[in-house]
Design a protein. Structure first.
Length: 294
């Protein structure tokens, strides 16, 4: 019979979970409730009382063509960033798992980018990818105008994607390496004795056995791409050129803090939260079917 821990006094159990409940209520439920209230009212920019307007703010958001453009850009950014970051981290983890010379130093170095704030990453990539200095300056000297993210929206979006992917690669690397090291070495050695090469073992044995780790990282990376890209965008492009890097999270900032339309920004924040929830449910409902836990 399975033994379970029980509390004879409910106040003791409540005392243990009270700090977590306080943090969740303070930093999630209370701000969410405030945003929902503002999204249903007309909030004056300098105070003075709210006016209930129902779904008028949401209708205004749905009628804004720039908002739908930001949704599409956010989806492209999230999927592209996740693919680049997880793919790059997989390569690093596979090589680190081989235990080659100096692998301990590389393990530490690979994780460092995740500890760097997004604004600092944006500043570093802004100078690295500047069109008039460094390697890109040399390329533009040979082919003028080939690389200029200040004018080319596609290049600007790709630059931000690389910055976000570089930042998350260290986080993904840790989980992927842990997943690879959980694969029984006896199976790897048996496959090697049967004549399977390094790449064959990676493709047919190691990669399929860490699909739960891949699934977890896809969910985390897509969610993070929607909410953690603000600092990088603000430092690198400020939504430009011509709104090419104006993602959903940055449009909320522009409408709320620049245009002082708090109600419209609140409605967009609720839609962003809803989109993240729908994408997460979709991943658990359909993508997880391809994940094998045994």
């Amino acid at each position: 019979m399975e033994k379970r821990v029980t509390f004879s006094n409910y106040w003791l159990a409540g005392l243990f979970i009270a700090p977590q409940l306080f943090l969740v209520f303070t930093f999630f439920y209370w701000p969410t409730g405030q945003a929902l209230y503002w999204s249903l009212t007309l909030e004056p920019p300098f105070g003075g009382g709210n006016q209930f307007v129902g779904l008028q703010n949401f209708m205004a958001v749905f009628g804004d063509a720039h908002y739908w453009d930001s949704v599409i850009r956010s989806l492209v950014f999230a999927l592209g960033t996740t693919a680049i970051s997880v793919g790059f981290a997989t390569v690093l983890a596979l090589f680190a798992d081989r235990g080659l010379f100096g692998h301990s130093i590389f393990k530490f170095a690979y994780f460092l980018p995740y500890a760097v704030p997004a604004a600092a990453v944006g500043l570093a990539f802004r100078f690295t990818f500047t069109p008039d200095a460094g390697i890109f300056g040399a390329v533009n000297h040979i082919i003028p105008g080939l690389w200029d993210p200040s004018r080319n929206g596609g290049q600007a979006l790709f630059m931000i994607m690389l910055g976000q992917a570089w930042k998350m690669a260290g986080y993904n690397f840790v989980f992927l390496l842990a997943g690879l090291q959980s694969v029984p070495r006896s199976m790897i050695e048996a496959a090697a004795m049967d004549g399977a090469g390094v790449f064959r073992r990676m493709r047919d044995m190691q990669m399929p056995m860490i699909t739960p780790t891949f699934f977890f990282l896809f969910v985390i990376n897509i969610t993070d791409s929607f909410v953690d890209s603000f600092g990088m965008i603000d430092v690198m492009t400020r939504g430009g050129p011509s709104r090419a890097t104006e993602l959903m999270v940055y449009k909320i900032y522009l409408d709320g803090f620049e245009a002082k339309d708090y109600s419209l920004a609140a409605a967009q924040s609720m839609l962003l939260m809803l989109l993240i929830m729908v994408m997460t449910i979709f991943q658990f409902r359909y993508v997880e079917r391809r994940v094998h836990y045994n």
